[in-house]
Design a protein around this ligand. Structure first.
Ligand code: FES
Ligand code: FES
Length: 153
């Protein structure tokens, strides 16, 4: 089926097998490999992207379902050379180790703040609990998100 999407501000048209997930379309067809495939089962959050500003696990969502929608991936957050404030906060607070979960963490964190779910450490932990980090960078991730909130990210 044909599908038209706006991805990181660019209009994209593609013919896809109806079984293609949004994650596979991004990674395998469009070479947007920032979004990671951790589990492919909706359990780790490494594939988190924003659809019309709302965070989803792109491994669990079929590309054709998103016809006409706006997708933002980690590649679309920065403004040219200038990092998104959430990206800068992750760098400043060392919110990662291997970095595999990081694109999903950052996309999720941007939405978490917009949702108003970042008012305390406990709230951030609860609302970021869909994003697993096998390196255990959680304390620094929470610090990064709090800092981004303080700076109105
Ligand atoms: S790869 Fe999508 S939730 Fe793990
Ligand atoms: S930084 Fe390695 S999995 Fe999170």
């Amino acid at each position: 089926m044909p599908v038209r999407l706006k991805i990181n501000g660019k209009d994209i048209s593609a013919d896809v097998d109806t079984r293609t997930t949004l994650l596979d379309l991004l990674r395998e067809r469009l070479q947007l490999t920032g979004s990671k495939k951790g589990c492919d089962h909706g359990q780790c959050g490494a594939c988190t992207v924003l659809v019309n500003g709302r965070r989803i696990n792109s491994c669990l969502s079929l590309a054709v379902v998103h016809d006409g929608e706006e997708i933002t991936t980690i590649e679309g957050l920065a403004n040219g050379e200038q990092l998104h404030p959430m990206q800068a906060a992750f760098v400043e607070h060392d919110g990662f180790q291997c970095g595999y979960c990081t694109p999903g963490q950052i996309c999720s964190a941007v939405a978490c703040v917009k949702e108003g779910h970042a008012k305390s450490d406990d709230e951030i932990r609860e609302w970021m609990s869909g994003n697993l980090c096998r390196c255990g960078a959680y304390p620094n991730i929470v610090d990064a998100i709090k800092d981004a909130v303080a700076k109105n990210a």
